[in-house]
Design a protein around this ligand. Structure first.
Ligand code: PXP
Length: 240
């Protein structure tokens, strides 16, 4: 099995900062600490409502980080402008609903399809690697290929919930495995993310050909107790 890359999502460092309207803890400091401790990339989601990461963070992190920055954006004109201007190495297009607590599902690839196609085309031309955040569905994998994405990131939220609640996750695991296999067959690079913990990451790391995991909420939470560096190193051990 090849080494799986770890993308460290630091959105929730900004959540803690914004809870008090101060300028600490600093997401840029967390990004650099992640880099120092073996993260393969750093992920930030610039939401339309700016509830955690802000443009100032994007600029600062982009200018200081040596490893790839993975910017998550909704498929909107505003985000297209920002992404083209900041030109992060990686971009993941995600669905966004204003009231949601977090990204609740994969993209609807039919919604505003022409705009989505144009967005992917422009971002790729601007030399960013483009990923689509989708459900583990064969149809969405085929559609992502048709849209000419470089990668797909499979939404692992349902699977992780089942694991956390100690419920039977076999069917969901099979869905993910089938989606990964088809993605690879079609030449898409396949990633996975959302809701991952040590336990769920360990199970999913057994699927060969998932190339990258993006992990945030659990990782930042665990860091409160043992530190960011130690938590990243533990995930790296699981994914090796
Ligand atoms: N991947 C994508 C596309 C996401 O939107 C998120 C959440 O922002 C994650 C991964 C990370 O999920 P979590 O914070 O639950 O680890």
């Amino acid at each position: 099995m090849g080494k799986i890359r770890l993308g460290v999502n630091i959105d929730h460092v900004a959540t803690v900062r914004n809870a008090r309207g101060e300028n600490y803890p600093s997401p840029a400091r967390a990004a650099l600490l992640a880099q120092k401790n073996g993260a393969d990339s750093v992920t930030i989601h610039l939401r339309e409502d700016r509830r955690h990461i802000r443009e100032k963070d994007l600029k600062e992190i982009k200018s200081k980080l040596k490893i790839p920055l993975n910017l998550e954006i909704a498929s909107t004109k505003e985000m297209m402008r920002i992404a083209l201007r900041s030109r992060p190495r990686f971009i993941c297009i995600v669905p966004e609903k204003r009231q949601e607590l977090t990204t609740e599902g994969g993209l609807n690839l039919k919604h505003k399809r022409n705009f989505l196609k144009k967005l992917i085309y422009k971002l790729k031309k601007n030399k960013s690697r483009v990923s689509l955040f989708i459900e583990p569905s064969l149809k969405d994998i085929k559609d992502s290929k048709k849209l000419n994405a470089d990668c797909v990131e499979i939404h692992t939220g349902n699977f992780c919930n089942l694991v956390n609640e100690k419920k039977n996750y076999k069917n969901e695991l099979k869905r993910i495995r089938n989606a990964v296999n088809l993605g690879n067959k079609l030449g898409l690079e396949v990633h996975a993310g959302h809701g991952l913990t040590y336990k769920s990451a360990r199970i999913l790391s057994q699927i060969t050909d998932i190339k990258e995991f993006n992990i945030g909420h659990f990782l930042v939470g665990e860091s409160i107790f043992v530190g960011l560096g130690k938590t990243i190193k533990e995930f790296k051990k699981i994914l090796k």
